[in-house]
Design a protein around this ligand. Structure first.
Ligand SMILES: C[S@@+](CC[C@H](N)C(=O)[O-])C[C@H]1O[C@@H](n2cnc3c(N)ncnc32)[C@H](O)[C@@H]1O
Length: 228
């Protein structure tokens, strides 16, 4: 575990509209059965969370869970952990899990950062941060998920050869991510040419924020970093 260097406050919306009856019921009945352990109680070993999987992936800030549910369905031998602090997003994912009968997802409803710190070294094969909140004002840059702390933790939790995937449709945030990646000695950006980060990979489904960016004429960058 690296020293915590993130701002302890959690910024951004926690709740939007009141939940409808079914998502509300799933939040109180299904969520407790698939919740990841509270990282405040100590280290979280993914091996103990899933009966029969071969690797573990973690998505931070999964929004409505479009990407996470898609990956879980396509990769049944992977244990997918997702963290999201926005109640309406978590409610969407638990509804998808129930609708699709997905068995290989565990959810942390709350701040992803203590959970990231609670995971063992080299325990993940993939880590995703897709369209993180951009916090465009300079005085808010310290709230950004991508930071030296984040790259140190990503390097620590990924196994050698593991992947960190970051998407953003905000040019300043793309530059910010690449700037911090340059100082992260344990991870290398895999892109060899522009097509490698401009073209959406086949195993990278569109999230709600990617769709919003497309509607508003912004093109996402698909950044893949490999753990050395
Ligand atoms: C701009 S949205 C993107 C959502 C989704 N990844 C997508 O591409 O549609 C960023 C999400 O990250 C979540 N988030 C921000 N900081 C977080 C944190 N520290 N822990 C967990 N979730 C966080 C927000 O609640 C929000 O749902």
């Amino acid at each position: 575990m690296t020293d915590s260097k993130y701002l302890p406050n959690l910024y951004g919306r926690r709740v939007d509209k009141p939940l409808r009856a079914r998502p509300a019921q799933l939040m109180s009945e299904l969520l407790p059965t698939i919740a990841a352990p509270d990282p405040d109680d100590g280290p979280v070993d993914p091996v103990a969370l899933f009966p029969d999987v071969t690797e573990f992936w973690f998505e931070i800030g999964f929004g409505g869970g479009e990407h996470l549910a898609w990956q879980a369905e396509k990769n049944p031998s992977v244990g997918m952990i997702g963290a999201e602090s926005f109640v309406n997003g978590v409610a969407k994912l638990v509804t998808k899990i129930d609708d699709q009968g997905l068995q290989n997802i565990r959810i942390h409803f709350g701040d992803a950062r203590p959970l990231l710190e609670a995971l063992p070294d080299g325990s993940l094969s993939k880590l995703f941060v897709l369209h993180p909140d951009p916090w465009p004002k300079k005085r808010h840059h310290k709230r950004r998920m991508i930071s030296p702390w984040f790259f140190a933790e990503a390097t620590r939790v990924l196994r050698p050869g593991g992947e960190l995937r970051v998407a953003s449709d905000i040019p300043d945030y793309i530059g910010w991510t690449l700037m911090h990646a340059r100082h992260a000695s344990g991870l290398e950006w895999t892109a060899q040419c522009a097509a490698d980060w401009k073209a959406q990979p086949a195993d990278w489904p569109e999230t709600r924020y990617a769709a919003k960016a497309a509607r508003e004429g912004r093109t996402p960058a698909y950044l893949v970093f490999r753990r050395l």
